[in-house]
Design a protein around this ligand. Structure first.
Ligand code: BTN
Length: 253
């Protein structure tokens, strides 16, 4: 397999670390100039979104991409959708090669689902140093196993009948897709294609959903995401559209 993406990124692979995202942020805070991928077989302090822990089991993928090229901080959230698209492409490719049908869905804002179960999560974090904005895109993929005591049901590729040669193999496929999409995104300087692609696979699109954001709960029909990745809900009363930049998406019971 050609590992062309390694022409564009350094690779730092750990057996164990607190969190690949934290390591990438530490490296950024020393003034990194090159893009970098940090991986670890296991993490002792894996971070999930909303301050939750990410249970990191050996055999699963834990990777963080550090982009050092001073991207406008307002655009960092777009990279979460771009990474989700790259995961979608990777899973689609693998499933096709193994003749297995996978119902791959992207759940706003940062999850990848197979059917109604979570397979992967993305955590985007930002840091500035010497007037340069750095962004870290952390990816956790359940390849061999998934935690059982989570609020949202989780699954793994193995549980879905997919066998992956190694986490490195999955990373190579993912980074090949990510790098291609990232180059397109940098050239086009807009979110149009990324958003369009993400919307094709959006979980609960046109269904009634509830967004929980702190103490606030709003239900409405999931219609769209805007050009900054905020979710747009159409409310039953009138035509009001609500935009949310953060929060959890739940299917309305
Ligand atoms: C979520 O769905 O809550 C986001 C999970 C992100 C987990 C990955 S694993 C690699 C990277 N390092 C971390 O500490 N978190 C991300």
């Amino acid at each position: 397999m050609k590992l062309e993406w390694l022409n564009d990124y350094n690779l730092l692979a750990f057996e164990e670390i607190d969190s690949t995202n934290s390591e990438a942020l530490r490296i950024a805070s020393f003034g990194a100039i090159d893009d970098l991928v940090v991986t670890a077989k296991t993490q002792t302090g894996g971070k999930g979104s909303k301050g939750r822990a990410w249970i990191s089991m050996v055999g699963n993928l834990h990777a963080s991409i550090l982009l050092a090229s001073d991207i406008d901080i307002k655009k960092h959230s777009q990279l979460c959708f771009l990474a989700a698209n790259a995961l979608q492409n990777t899973l689609c490719l693998i499933a096709k090669a193994q003749n297995i049908e996978l119902d791959i869905k992207l759940k706003w804002p940062n999850d990848v689902f197979i059917g109604k179960k979570k397979l992967a999560g993305i955590l985007v974090e930002s840091i500035s140093f010497n007037k340069r904005n750095y962004v870290v895109i952390g990816i956790g993929v359940n390849i061999l196993c998934s935690p059982t005591d989570t609020i949202v049901h989780a699954t793994s590729l193995l549980a879905e009948g997919i066998v992956i040669a190694s986490t490195e193999h999955f990373l190579h496929l993912f980074m090949t897709s990510f790098n291609k999409l990232y180059k397109q995104w940098t050239q086009e300087r807009n979110f149009i294609k990324t958003r369009q692609e993400w919307m094709k696979h959006a979980l609960y699109l046109n269904e009634i959903v509830t967004i929980e954001d702190g103490n606030m709960r709003v239900s409405g029909i999931f219609k769209d995401i805007d050009l900054e990745g905020a979710i747009r809900l159409q409310r039953a009363q009138g035509e009001a559209l609500y935009n949310f930049r953060t929060g959890s998406l739940l299917l309305k019971e």
